[in-house]
Write a protein that binds this ligand. Sequence first.
Ligand code: GCU
Length: 626
Amino acid sequence: MISCILKHRQNNLLSWHRSVATLCCALALPLIAQAPMKTLLVGVDHRSAMSLNGDWHYLIDQPPARGLYTLDGKVRDNGYGMNSHPNITSGPHNEEYDFKTAPTMKIPGDWNSQDPTLFHYEGVVWFQRDFEVQPKTGSRTFLHIGAANYQSYVWVNQKRICDHEGGFTPFDCEVTSVLKPGTNFVVVAVDSTRHEDQIPGIGIDWYNYGGIHRDVSLVTLPSSFIDDYDVHLKHEATFAAESSNTLTGYVHVEGAAPGTAVTVKVVEAGVTTTAKTDANGRAEFEVAAKRLALWSPETPKLYKVELAVGQDELTDDIGFRDIRVKGTEIMLNGKGIFLKGANVHAEAPYRGGRVNTDADVKAIFAFLKDLNANFARLCHYPHDERMEREADREGVMIWSEIPIWQRIAYDKPEVYKKASYMLTEMIRRDRNKASVILWSVSNETPNEPTRTKFLTDLANEARKFDSTRPITSALLGPHAKNNQMVQDDPLTRALDVIGQNEYVGWYDGKPEDADTMVWTMPDKPILFSEFGAEAKYGVHGGKADRWAEEQQVNVYEHQFNMISKIPQVRGIVPWVLMDFRSSVRNIPKLQDGYNRKGLFSEKGEKKMAFYLLQNKYKQHALGKTH
Ligand code: GCU
């Protein structure tokens, strides 16, 4: 979530600051009061932009991070963001930092996997680089950051332009008024320190990589421009293949006068239509396509969608499909489907660190394809947009989730606001991705009334913001009573598809206990969204030898036995595609800082369980579509 400090600065910042500062002191948090993000550029990866990726200088501002925060936790506006230089040879004494002579690291990229001294570091790191621009009169320019974990503060030419909270969603900050011809500079402070009232909270089972870990660019646009759009197959009350050829949606134009004409063209589908913006800059349209091939894993058809208004135009690649729930079935284009999936963390195979290159994404999809998977749960946070783009092209269906992982401060209204922002950012970025079939609001959260209200409200908000996709969440529990598993979590009532996590045979009981386990589940489509066991690649032994590959296979075989008896199951999603770093996994020689439940090791080595799944998925031997 982002706040345009600059705008407020023009509207008497001090009084605003003071009111929010009091709030933040109460929370002992840096200043982060936010307006709903006004400008989050959708389709930014399909715009011509000046990339700011590359080598950025960096400085480490260890706790209590006095380069960034004042004694009472406020953000210093005259700190390192000023990018001043120390007087070295002659006085007077001034600053004691200097980006110019500081080392550099690659952006995008987390700092943990680039600087060995920062491997375990959670705190503040500053980034700075110069860039050349010749601002064009009458145009508007935005600094686009794909994601930075966790809390970011951004200065351009000594002006603080925006803050953003959340480690996995993009933000765009307007820099039009601060740019000058020639050399400019940007300074970004990123704080990956964990706090109770963040999302995720303090406890996580993945590596808290810090830094600007996704693309950075400068996007220059005409004075009125398209910042958001939605082009999808009309979601009728019922789906009928022969009549499903209506495209609908909207285009939002920033800075447009009411009645401004917007054109939407999908030439290949015989679509050209014009719509007019309303008082809020939104132009809604509905148009029949002459011919439309629907997107599916078998035929991941994407269409060039051309949007234009005034001097602005944007072309995106969009697939059209219908996804819905019917009773206990998940229907894609009117047919029941079974999801053969894997859980995927945003960690780069082989090189480690956060995923942020085409090569990283290709490697992950090669694993998924090799596994014969048609589905991936991108856990537990929105991934690099490259993942959804590749899924669109490769025909892999996607579950996308915001990082409400286990316990967060469900009782705090400001935390709900953050969750709502993150949900909006996630849906806004990927609503035009045909591959994304499910939005998830959380994972393994405690079955308590405050949480249930929090997540039910969030699920309803998601439904309102996007009525074309089912809403889900991964639930933990129930706890077995003898061999009975009754899933009666009240949150199931707020979900269209239920994700069930369970670890019978690893955390709970013996692998064979699964054979006699009797599940009572709500009458909705069920996905077994997590199950599995740890095994260190190359460790071999008997079926009951924990950490041996044979044991992992054994756990899966008993799981398949159990899951295949549950009629509502419409998909399985083993935990996890690849071993991944986690700071809570510290058994030497076995874990060494990795969660070892992968089907692949972090080096891409296939464990025996990989072949078991690969075969089952090939034969469609698991589960039923209806
Ligand atoms: C949980 C959780 C994962 C975690 C996994 C595990 O279910 O959702 O994030 O990594 O179990 O314990 O391995």
